[in-house]
Design a protein around this ligand. Structure first.
Ligand code: ATP
Ligand code: MG
Length: 643
């Protein structure tokens, strides 16, 4: 099942920007002369002073990563100003509200004007180059405007997802000493209101670095405004001009800080700089999604995650695309919402996460089939390994077996996609992120750091830098070296495990910390979970190791059943037998617990470290749970632990 090969259809290859031959030529050109390759690619963004130096990277010692280091630019110019002459009246952002009766369109000219007005207001409030500005907004156009206004004045934005609590917001503001907060009165999600300004007020009690707060009026809900500190967005921008001098930024000046989603521990303040990040955002958005002028492109992520940064705002806008921003959730007002929005706005490229696909699969095909999806050309996945079962459902049901799926592996740290099919060039295998993009040098190493060749399995590392790589952990360069470059000296360690098959395809097996060792056999969580999800009764599964007297570790599986299916002893035995048959006796689950819900990060990733503790009866110190979407799920699982 998992090794099914889905060839590139000739009609897709014929129209694609990059076909197999072109991809090979790119890979060869980059390998022959990387500086020449990136010297050409860097021209996809606008420079005030073009760089003469391309790359200066040292993964050893103190670790130093620089790209285009003598170039000068402003990211907002690439996203806005340079499009005005050619596509000023083209829609830059389609906004689709939580309420299906609300939407809005913003042209490049309007977006430029709004960014300039806010940037002018920010300067007037004393914000200048290098200041940190926290953005705590819902998925409204103002979020993109705020990001680009920060970039305009050279301020470093740090976006905190609007679903986070006052405590999580406060700790992120404190970590990077933000001078300003941009928020809204309230957000909307799934028909409910989120009290953003009230949360912010609570957080700011412990954030003395914040000098001013700009508040967008979104729902019109009542909020407290502190005189001298808080300003309404509309009032403070009203008198401002619609042009604004962009701050000249060195390529290596920071563009943003973003905290990781925290699936493995305390979030890290990942810092990205301007030049390399923008080149990578544009390069990957255009090539991985085969983006063509005039297309409607929709990434369903929130701007609070890196996916929203690179593939809702910076990548698409740098490429002059029309990008869709969605305020709502896939299940409201009903679970056909994604497809209804695709039909309404004639979406051509659709990019979402496995967690959403698995959730929608639970409700069957009808909600999908109800809506016209004929405009969709390319489908994308990001965030977790996509189980082959979910991949095939996405392919057959959503894409009518017409649309290539790009399963994009990357991290907050990598700035953009590193391993992914190019839709016109690389045959797909359900569940595999396939091959590295040109310029990306993955390798698989054993626990000693020895590079393994051919078909193999182990730790996924990157042997060399790419322009979009993170440069440091904000305020803690030592932790940067320690976290990513000390496990395997001289290599960037991703923290992920991977398998490479005989065709050179990469299969992400899960976090290395999550690897299960059963009687000396190492097993990735993804494989066992995918076997469970392949059973017709199972919607979602999470697998962890548990202490076992004889085997060292046993397999403990949390299983969520599809809607309407009863958890019975018979089914439990059937699932155990099913996994034995799918993978082999070594993978036989020792315990299966029915899980109505799984603990996930706010970005929808399963938090296995918590599940591991529950399985081991170590429920005292669950560690940092601040990024959990629904803490109630954890208690339920503790109470119903098996064995
Ligand atoms: P933290 O680093 O704080 O634990 P996190 O790793 O969840 O949080 P992100 O940077 O959002 O934060 O997630 C990156 C991780 O997501 C990758 O390291 C990988 O484990 C997983 N991932 C992302 N895309 C894919 C994919 N297409 N296939 C498999 N895994 C993926
Ligand atoms: Mg991570």
């Amino acid at each position: 099942m998992a090794d099914e090969l889905i060839a590139v259809k000739p009609e897709i290859a014929a129209r694609a920007r990059i076909d197999a031959a072109k991809r090979e030529a790119m890979v060869a050109a980059e390998a022959r002369d990387p500086d020449a390759f990136w010297r050409t690619e860097m021209n996809r963004i606008a420079w005030m002073t073009a760089p003469t130096k391309i790359k200066a990277v040292d993964f050893t010692g103190d670790v130093s990563i620089k790209w285009f280091e003598d170039g000068v630019l402003n990211a907002s110019v690439s996203c806005l100003d340079r499009h005005l002459a050619t596509r000023g009246d083209q829609v830059a952002i389609i906004w689709e509200g939580d309420d299906p009766n609300t939407d809005a369109k913003v042209t490049y000219r309007e977006l430029h004007a709004r960014v300039c007005q806010l940037a002018n207001a920010m300067r007037r409030l004393g914000i200048s180059k290098g200041d940190r500005v926290c953005i705590y907004l819902p998925m409204i156009v103002e979020a993109a405007v705020a990001m680009l206004a920060c970039a305009r004045v050279g301020a470093i934005h740090s976006i905190v997802f609007g679903g986070f609590s006052p405590d999580s917001l406060a700790s992120r503001i404190q970590d990077s000493d933000c001078a300003m907060l941009i928020t809204a009165d309230e957000g909307r999600r799934g028909g409910r209101k989120v009290p953003l300004k009230a949360n912010a007020d609570e957080a700011l009690l412990s954030c003395p670095s914040i000098r001013s707060v700009i508040v967008a009026k979104n729902t019109g809900g009542a909020v407290d405004m502190m005189a001298g500190r808080d300003h309404w967005w509309d009032a403070i921008t009203a008198g401002e001009g619609t042009t604004c001098e962009p701050e000249p930024m060195n390529a290596e000046d920071p563009l943003f800080i973003l905290y990781t989603s925290g699936s493995t521990g305390k979030p890290k303040g990942v810092l990205h700089t301007t030049g390399g990040y923008m080149v990578w955002a544009s390069f990957t958005h255009e090539n991985v999604f085969d983006y063509r002028d005039g297309e409607i492109y929709w990434c369903t992520a929130d701007v609070g995650w890196v996916t929203g940064h690179t593939y809702i705002v910076y990548g698409p806008l740098a490429n002059g695309a029309t990008t869709l921003m969605f305020e709502g959730v896939p299940s409201w007002p009903d679970n056909g919402r994604f497809w209804q929005v695709c039909a309404k706005h004639k979406v051509n490229i659709f990019y979402t996460a496995p967690t959403a696909i698995r959730a929608l699969m639970r409700d069957g095909e009808a909600p999908v089939k109800k809506h016209d999806r004929s405009s969709i050309r390319i489908l994308g996945s990001v965030g977790e390994p996509i189980n082959p079962e979910a991949w095939l459902w996405y392919y057959r049901v959503v894409g009518d077996s017409r649309c290539p799926i790009v399963d994009t592996w990357w991290q907050t740290e990598t700035g953009g996609i590193l391993i992914s099919p190019l839709p016109g060039a690389v045959a797909q295998k359900p569940g595999s992120a396939t091959l590295p993009l040109p310029g990306v040098k993955p390798a698989i190493v054993d626990s000693e750091g020895k590079i393994l060749e051919g078909a193999t399995e182990g730790n996924l590392v990157l042997l060399d830098s790419w322009p979009g790589q993170m440069r440091t952990i904000y305020g803690d360069h030592a932790r940067f070296g320690q976290t990513y470059f000390s496990t395997f000296p001289g290599m960037y360690f991703t923290g992920d495990g991977a398998r490479r098959d005989a065709d050179g395809y990469y299969w992400i097996t899960g976090r290395v910390d999550d690897v299960i060792n059963v009687a000396g056999h190492r097993m990735g969580t993804a494989e066992v979970e995918s076997a469970l999800v392949a059973h017709p009764a199972v919607a979602e599964a999470a697998v962890v190791g548990m202490p076992h007297d004889i085997k060292g570790q046993g397999i403990y599986a949390y299983v969520t059943l599809k809607a309407g299916i009863d958890p019975t002893e018979v089914l439990r035995k059937e699932l155990v037998a099913w996994v034995r048959k799918e993978i082999g006796p070594i993978a036989t689950p020792d315990a299966i617990q029915w899980a109505p819900g799984l603990p996930k990060t706010r970005s929808g990733k399963i938090m296995r470290r918590i599940l591991r503790k529950i399985a081991a009866n170590e429920t005292e110190g669950l560690g940092d749970t601040s990024t959990l979407a629904d803490p109630g799920v954890v208690q339920e699982l503790i109470e119903n632990k098996v064995g």
